[in-house]
Design a protein around this ligand. Structure first.
Ligand code: GBH
Length: 459
């Protein structure tokens, strides 16, 4: 990390933190919530690294007021959370469960009272189990169900949410949930998972229409991107890299921005009906970009079922997850989106960026996480450089506010600015929390005139 002060960000730049419902809430059966595919998956022995579930997670269901105070103390201007579909429609269809929506209603009011913009993601992978039983995202009807659910949430929260995000990372949901089976619902269909791409996109487009009918927007989707680095310069490596780029970076974004599906992928043309592509290409106000790391790709071994093989990138430090720390990839990704999509590209907000480290409290109970500070510092410099390159980036959200339940890794990967003791639920701001507050969000206590109000004893 350099000792140069962070460059200034444009006036009005949105500073935020991100979380998702199943990863933090707990309250698995509270107020009429039904099971989601992640309840089913986590409760299946052998699928989660430490055998844990999200039944309690960070107990945000009971501790949300404390968590809003932590955000106020950090000085963020926005909070990205997700609404749990199985709280709103426990059966996946039909009228809203008002008691489930009450929770988000209170949360949104508490955020507004703290001067924090609520940014609501409608779907962060927690499909109501009854919809999975009917085929999940392989089933076209799930797209229509999603738009009905979007309408119910918009009817209740539409007057106060400052940015709507339809789907989180549909690529990861398709590939790990339906392709490789590492995530719920645990299907292993490889390239036969494509219907889960098309139906998520269709659901997105129908939900955009529902949100436009009920609210003033603005509306976004959050995709994850990974710049692709070919392992060598042979034609076979370059072809493999192009195939992986089309799959990871373009399968969702090309149709969203009106270019139709990339042709490299052999998507079954029978999937796409009528005006589906026009529905999917409904105008977006913001593109949400989640960035973690670039991908190394080489030509597959003969006989491989995939047209590429992922390889470790050499020469980068790694997080506790083993992911390379490559801030240059963020600048490359942002300028690459601008170069590929030009005038079709709406303003970008980085809706997730962050890292897992093995953070442990010291003898005084303080949690020092210099690696996370270095990670955030480097990625913010890369982001600022992309703005200088002319890319319109209007916000940045750290993944995550809290250490939380990291999907198949259970509680073994800590991404938080705030340490969570998963036994007691106790929250302890890490040194990165104070660093972000004092260095990026309001250097010198002044940048946006915001004053930290709580908690007074933050690290
Ligand atoms: C996001 O997914 C999710 O939205 C969020 O819920 C989750 O908690 C968070 O990130 C942290 O995982 O190149 O082999 O090193 C992230 C999707 C997929 C991004 C795997 C990084 C790296 C694999 N991730 N990828 S590798």
């Amino acid at each position: 990390m350099t000792t140069e002060p962070l460059p200034e960000f444009p006036a009005g730049f949105r500073w935020g933190v991100s979380t998702s419902a199943y990863q933090i809430e707990g309250g698995a059966t509270a107020a009429g919530r039904g099971p989601s595919i992640w309840d089913t998956f986590a409760h299946t022995p052998g699928l989660i690294a430490d055998g844990s579930t999200g039944d309690v997670a960070c107990d945000h269901w009971h501790r949300h007021a404390e968590d809003v105070a932590l955000m106020a103390g950090l000085g963020v201007s926005a909070y990205r959370f997700s609404v749990a579909w199985p709280r709103v429609q426990p059966g996946g269809s039909g009228p809203a469960n008002a008691a489930g929506l009450d929770f988000y209603d209170r949360l949104v009011d508490d955020l507004a009272a703290a001067g924090i913009d609520p940014v609501a993601t409608l779907y962060h992978w927690d499909l109501p189990q009854p919809l999975q039983d009917a085929g999940g995202w392989l089933h076209r009807d799930t797209a229509a169900r999603f738009a009905e659910y979007a309408d119910l949430v918009a009817a209740r929260l539409g007057d106060r949410v400052k940015l709507w995000i339809t789907l989180n990372e549909p690529f990861i949901h398709m590939s790990l949930g339906y392709g490789t089976g590492e995530h719920a619902p645990g299907r292993t269909l490889l390239f036969d998972a494509f219907p889960a791409a098309h139906h998520q996109l269709l659901g997105h487009g129908l939900a955009v229409a529902a949100l436009r009918a009920r609210t003033a927007g603005p509306v976004a989707i959050a995709n994850n991107y990974s710049p692709v680095r070919p392992a060598g310069d042979t034609d076979a490596d370059l072809a493999a890299a192009a195939a992986y780029d089309a799959l990871h970076n373009r399968l969702f974004t090309d149709p969203l921005l009106g270019l139709g599906y990339p042709d490299l992928l052999g998507l079954d043309p029978g999937l796409v009906r009528g005006d589906d592509l026009a529905v999917i290409a409904a105008p977006l106000d913001v593109l949400g970009v989640n960035y973690y790391n670039p991908s190394g790709v080489r030509a597959p071994e003969p006989g491989s079922p995939l047209p590429f093989e992922l390889v470790e990138l050499a020469g980068y430090p790694r997080t506790a997850f083993g992911w390379p720390v490559a801030p240059d990839g963020l600048r490359e990704l942002l300028t690459g989106l601008r170069d590929r999509y030009g005038d079709r590209l709406p303003p970008i907000q980085v809706t997730e960026n962050g890292c897992a480290y093995d953070d442990v409290p010291d003898a005084e109970g303080r949690v020092h996480d210099p690696d996370r500070i270095a990670y955030l510092d480097a990625h913010l410099r890369a982001l600022r450089a992309a703005i200088d390159d002319g890319v319109d980036v209007t916000g940045y959200f750290v993944w995550s506010l809290l250490d939380n339940w990291e999907w198949a890794e259970g509680f073994t990967k800590r991404f938080g600015l705030v340490h969570v003791d998963f036994g007691t639920g106790a929250r302890t701001p890490k040194s990165s929390y104070a660093w972000l507050r004092d260095t990026a969000i309001r250097p010198g206590g002044t940048r946006d005139g915001r004053t930290a109000t709580a908690p007074a004893d933050a690290a």
